[in-house]
Design a protein around this ligand. Sequence first.
Ligand code: AHG
Ligand code: MN
Ligand code: MN
Length: 339
Amino acid sequence: MHNHRTTITQFIIEEQRHIPGATGDFTSLLNDVVTACKVISNLVNHGALVGVLGAAGTENVQGEDQKKLDVISNEVFLKTNEWAGHLAAMASEEMEEVYQIPSQYPRGKYLMTFDPLDGSSNIDVNVSVGTIFSILRCKGNCVNPTAEDFLQRGTEQVCAGYALYGPSTMMVLTTGRGVNGFTLDQNIGEFVLTHPNMTIPADTKEFAINASNMRFWETPVKRYVDECLAGKEGPRGKDFNMRWIASMVAEVHRILTRGGVFMYPLDSKMKEKGTEGKLRLMYEANPMAFIVEQAGGAAITGQHRILDIQPSHLHQRVPVILGSKNEVELIAKYHQEMQ
Ligand code: AHG
Ligand code: MN
Ligand code: MN
């Protein structure tokens, strides 16, 4: 007898049965998201063979150089999700304005934000990248939603997830009932449940930060990292390991798998530029914070829980410190002591 494997479609339908009054709309939306990620995975996988590597020669709203794959993945995500009638609008890292559903299609009751390709500086060097998405309910104007309609706290997310295009392609999801991971079986073209109930160990000996910014860090982050680096002989009494992939999806995935802390903190260079962080709240920090909390970890800016932030604009940036609960709490304590 062959072993039954749970596909992501089966999993989502079974999840839906726990939600009273569910119409199947959300299930169907997630199916489209899954399809979009499969298409992006295929493009990322074929890389130079299909001519998708290199720069697009354009800049996005954040003033960052776009890669060809940033632009293509954005297009794939929009086209795969716009037609089915589940969404009222979308917002993306690669688009300044809210994306309205084209007039030939019906509008739905959900809003979606996404980072079509996260870690895109890794594309040309063949290192893991990913896609991040967050689904909100449309509460106000669902005909032509504006940026205002998206500005909901992270606690309001209905679902968050990411696809990781690594040695294998994976999809990790939460709808607020824990975190589950699926691996793409290329032979049957389906994501299969391989990592049920992912949890982050509360303690860790591993941290991730771009240490080239060290001279700009604030005291609490400097203190935390110094203490980790002091190892066994230092105040922590144990040796720490360090990683930096420069791809938040890959970083969060490692933490979900074996614990750790990821930091992109506020620093003096950002303050000078008038920005409040590197990562974007609506399509990087919030979805990842939702996933991390659902897996038993914690996610803060330093001073505040990320999911509690009232967003003020669509492309808002925030400092991010997330991962193993006890470590994040220690870093929060160092921030409180600074005040
Ligand atoms: P994106 O490719 O979507 O712009 O995001 C990249 C982000 C994040 O994934 C990563 O953790 C960080 O930027 C890397 O920053 P550095 O280049 O400073 O290392
Ligand atoms: Mn990103
Ligand atoms: Mn991106």
